[in-house]
Design a protein around this ligand. Structure first.
Ligand code: FAD
Length: 647
């Protein structure tokens, strides 16, 4: 038996992005002793990279905005597959969460009359994104961190210890959620620097680990985003919802190769930037789908007038939802009308004075100057689609953020599914983090308080199994089970590169049946080889070992994406099938749930060649009547199935 240090908490939050920090603040304020654990440095999360802003119907820039319009936009963007109750709560509560941030010290950009300024973004009917230049995420994280520090200072005054009620474990990776019977009992983790194992025991665990982008070759995501939370929940027995929906942001950098995929914020288009092909044509006017025809301008003149007079003109098609713009760019490049490095041109230089560009888009100005030697005030950027966000995620109860099927497990932020349906609107993630982070922290604290006298137990056996799993890459000469067949171990970096290439090429922005079947075969091969992923050296800071452990998660999540994408024979939002190019109303009310095939919660009992995921179809709950009444009947006819319309 290994000796692994254990500490007791009421709530453990895995992930310190916006969702995790907001959950931790709420849990602590509701009296729960709360630990936050994160893989990277405290403050370094995707949230900090968010540029454009937080969507909230505060009606500061247009008095006609309200939560009902925001709800409508979110459902349209998600092509009506959203877990509608989440979309409702999100639209209703987002303004309160932004104002609350302000009371905690966030400094947003202002309108001339001193209110929080709001900018345009794709798919939002009114200017709705509260922002701080193009560095909104930085301000959000700074504010939440400051709030945490102030709570710790309060605790120091009362208990003499800053960390008595709220502690952050940074640069520590969770590899397993532990359970006592069916319910959660804590997490198993290792310190990245020393390799030391430890256990945080708690009746409630909130998963808020963000996205999965590192399974794809071209991505805006950074190294941490290996789908850990998705995999941890799956291994703990919770299903993942609609994993086929992966958002390819239309505008990532395409050049130079070393920075390919880095995000070019949608604010560039929100503030007036336009997309052109190699012939100089603003091609988006050719790509307005029927469902959006009435809402978007038919001519460049009308689109341009909209920036000044949005009440009497329709918006330009550059501001269609991201899935539409990404597909259009893909089609232009394929038709031979792309830019020299395989993207299209995004131009602000002819649309705004240089000093306005530098003031409104400072990060973009520096990003292009430093990484590509391009001055965006004088020339166009070259951009193309990049894997950005996953709409699929842990299946949760809308009001409580409780993960389905595993008592004590909660999920919030990008790792949770449902809120965004088949496609997320820009700005709706930061608001999602705050709304559902708070709800997750609240219900996790309540759940833990109700079990204060019957805390779940962590068995030594579970800890030993988790430790053995984590150590396996150091003794990987033979297949799992330990027999040495003489074959050399597999290099985790090679396996990762092959995985990223396969997902990019075969389950990427445009999908075809034969290619996805090929992807599943490739994943089977990688799973078998990953059991032999081996590393040299020791546990002190060893990135190869960390990657070998992350591979388990990426392979699980990639299988979920590929299986669900093969199953859904239609095109909707972030899932485009060349062989089924239209949206099919029959699929409108069908969710695809991925369950772990091995009922013991391990991976050993399943044959890696056959796969580790079972896919189950589920009918969605009908949208409540008063919410449906917010839409015109003609619009609903485009989305809803016959029987839903009849009802
Ligand atoms: P994250 O902020 O991604 O944090 C995840 C946390 O989990 C991190 O602390 C990480 O270290 C930790 N973690 C992961 N795995 C483990 C593990 N195994 N053990 C322990 N800890 C772990 N959205 C908007 O709404 N508006 C925008 O303007 C916007 N701009 C964006 C720009 C960029 C470049 C990117 C990449 C995304 C952008 N998004 C934007 C999306 C948005 O930023 C993310 O969806 C959101 O921040 C996710 O927040 P989160 O709290 O769910 O997770």
């Amino acid at each position: 038996m290994s000796v692994v240090e254990r500490q007791e908490w009421d709530v453990v939050v895995v992930g310190a992005g916006g969702a995790g920090l907001r959950a931790a603040i709420e849990a602590r304020e509701r009296g729960a002793r709360t630990a936050v654990i994160c893989k990277s440095l405290f403050g370094k999360a995707h949230t900090v990279m968010a540029e454009g802003g937080i969507a909230a119907a505060m009606a500061n820039a247009n008095e006609h905005d309200n939560w009902q319009v925001h709800f409508r936009d979110t459902m349209r963007g998600g092509k009506f597959l959203n877990q509608w109750r989440m979309a409702e709560l999100h639209a209703q509560e987002a303004p309160q969460r932004v104002w609350e941030l302000e009371t905690w010290g966030a400094l947003f950009d202002r309108t001339k009359d001193g209110r929080i300024s709001q900018r345009n973004f794709g798919g939002h009917e009114y200017p709705r994104l509260a922002h701080v230049g193009d560095r909104t995420g930085l301000e959000l994280i700074r504010t939440l961190q400051q709030k945490i520090v102030s709570l710790q200072q309060q605790d120091k005054k009362e208990t003499g210890d800053y960390e008595s009620r709220l502690k952050v474990y940074q640069e520590c990776t969770v590899t397993r959620i532990l359970k006592d019977g069916s319910r959660v009992s804590g997490v198993f983790a290792y310190e990245r620097e020393t390799g030391r194992f430890f256990v945080l025991e708690a009746p409630s665990v909130v998963v808020s680990t963000g996205g999965i982008g590192k399974s794809f070759k071209v991505t805006s995501n950074s190294w941490e985003y290996t789908g850990d939370g998705h995999a941890l929940a799956l291994l703990a027995g919770a299903p993942l919802l609609n994993m086929e929906f992966v958002q390819f942001h239309p505008t990532g950098m395409v050049w130079p190769p070393s920075v390919k995929g880095i995000l070019v914020t949608e604010s560039v288009r929100g503030d007036g930037g336009v997309l052109r092909n190699s012939e100089g044509k603003r091609f988006m006017f050719d790509y307005i789908p029927d469902v959006f025809k009435e809402k978007y301008a038919e001519s460049e003149e009308e689109g341009d007038r909209w920036y000044e007079d949005p009440d009497n003109n329709r918006r330009p098609p550059e501001l269609l939802p991201r899935d539409e713009v990404a597909r259009a760019i893909n089609a232009e490049v394929k038709a031979g009308r792309g830019s020299p490095h395989g993207g299209v041109f995004l131009d602000v230089s002819t649309r705004m004075p240089a000093e306005v560009i530098r003031r409104r888009l400072p990060s973009m100005y520096h990003q292009f100057k430093e990484l590509a030697d391009v001055d965006i005030t004088a020339e166009a950027m070259e951009v193309g689609p990049t894997c950005h966000y996953v709409m699929g995620g842990i299946a949760v109860e809308s009001d409580t953020a409780a993960a389905r099927g595993v008592p004590g497990l909660f999920a919030a932020g990008e790792v949770a599914g449902g809120m965004h349906g088949s496609n997320r609107l820009g700005g709706n993630s930061l608001s999602d983090l705050l709304v559902f982070g708070r709800r997750a922290g609240w219900h996790a604290a309540e759940y833990a308080a109700a079990r204060a006298f019957e805390r779940p137990e962590v068995s030594d056996m579970q800890v030993d199994t988790a430790a053995a799993e984590a150590l396996r890459p150091f003794s990987a000469e033979g297949p799992a089970g330990g027999e040495d067949d003489g074959r050399p171990p597999e290099n985790p970096y090679t396996l990762h590169q092959e995985l990223q290439q396969a997902m990019n090429d075969l389950v990427g922005i445009i999908r075809r049946e034969a290619e996805m079947e090929q992807a599943l075969e490739k994943l089977a091969d990688l799973r078998v080889r990953a059991r032999r992923a081996g590393v040299e050296g020791h546990r002190q800071f060893n990135p190869g070992w960390h990657l070998a452990l992350d591979l388990r998660n990426m392979l699980l999540v990639s299988e979920c994406v590929a299986r669900a994408a093969l199953e859904r024979t239609e095109s909707r939002g972030g899932h485009t099938r060349e062989d089924h190019p239209t949206m099919d109303r029959k699929w409108r009310n069908i969710n695809l749930l991925c369950h772990l095939a091995d009922p013991t919660g391990g991976l050993a009992a399943t044959d890696p060649e056959r796969g580790q995921i079972n896919l189950v179809r589920e009918t969605t709950e009908p949208v409540r009547q008063d919410l449906l009444a917010l839409f015109d009947k003609e619009e609903l006819v485009k989305y809803l199935a016959e029987e839903e319309l009849y009802q």
